[in-house]
Design a protein around this ligand. Sequence first.
Ligand code: RB5
Length: 153
Amino acid sequence: MKIGLASDHGGFELKETIKNFLNEKGIEIVDYGTSNGNESVDYPDYAKKAVLGILKNEVDKAIIMCGTGIGISISANKFPGIRAALCWDSYTAKMSRLHNDANILAMGGRIIGPELAKEIVDTWLSYEFEGGRHKRRIDKIDSLAKEYWNNIK
Ligand code: RB5
């Protein structure tokens, strides 16, 4: 399994923590930036880098971070096929895999401490999608949006 990592300046420190954590576990990662926490950058640019990593099959899943996790998750969820879940505890992380088949985990670098973040990552990586009725629901996310965009011209 290969995991993409991306953050803006607000999530940089947490991204580095998670990078070391995954390295220690022997999980392969691709770091899409940003490269420091001092320079202010725009979170949609980094959401896009992680999203393209998934859509181009460079990575299987991604973990993205900004100050709150809100802006970067909203940005990632604009792309079809992306289900970015903003998680703040193990339960939300677990359910985002079981029911939503989240392919991106988003966290807030200014919200969550390093130890809780590692626990969230561990949990998120250890659960598989349950499928069944949940598959029908996640399929509707993109198909209903497509229906809307095809009908407004
Ligand atoms: C940047 O200061 C901050 O707005 C960003 O990291 C994020 O929290 C936005 O949702």
